[in-house]
Design a protein around this ligand. Sequence first.
Ligand SMILES: [Zn+2]
Length: 330
Amino acid sequence: MPGWAEWMHKGSFRIANRCNSMKRREFIRSLAGVAVSLTPASLLGMTPSAMAQVHEVQDALMESGESAALSAAEGRAVPLPDLPPRLRGRELENYLHRLRAFNATHDGDVFLDAKRFDLLRSALARFERIQKTIGFGNFYLLSFDEAVHLAQSRAEVGAFTVDELDFLEQIFYERALLYGFYGEKPMKNLTDQIDRSEVVKVPNSGNHLYRGKPLEMYTLLRRRVGSKLILTSGVRSVVKQFMLFLSKIHEGNGNLSRASRSLAPPGYSYHGISDFDVGQTGYGQHNFTEKFVESEVFKHLHAMGVLSLRYPRDNLTGVRFEPWHVKVDV
Ligand SMILES: [Zn+2]
């Protein structure tokens, strides 16, 4: 199981490719700071001794700098959990309360600090300019490298700054369970791409689906339910997911936890590899609320018994109930 040490190494090596050692130290410190200050042991299901080890690593970071901290982390392989916490009793009740009132702010929610919030705003505005420049359809499939190059070459977008890129890298690689998202991460690298030869554009939807099982599933649903069933979101690249996630954080004034209750963080979304969202024609925004369960389309899908949801009611991934999000195992 990958532990704390590997996580820190991964982060530090990536940053090392582009930045000086001071920057790298700051990055590692920021990760340690996030891990310690923002994760109550109870939330993560960590034992007091595991938490104490995290504190030791942080102390080493603060007192002796990067190398000592890395060796401390490496030597002890601090067991930051990869799996959802085993919630019981009162913890489980609190968790379910947070998920049911997903749009509210709750005690223990994790926020970006002011500096990172500024970087979020500038990076988000840049993504929005890219989307405006190339159009929604193309933006759905855009890879991170393509976005960086495009920004560089278009004056109307402007190149991402080093600080913005560092910020985006941190958001992508820091473990989402630190702010309450416990799902898996099907896209592990910031630079993972959508192979355009593997997807097809779905007429009248502006969205794409992967060939094979996802397209077969959508075709089956359409055949059974009829044309009132529509595809509301299909394949989404890391960049598209980034923009959605950053927008949600922005809307919540920097609240990472609130954003992740509604939307998988970049890399963690199954829209990147197989899943898709369906809705009903004319149902508007209700297609993305619990009201969708009252729609004809949902009732029909439910009655058919072929529908498998990625985020069922009261699931333990940290994401709210999403009756519109079709799970496709590939
Ligand atoms: Zn979805």
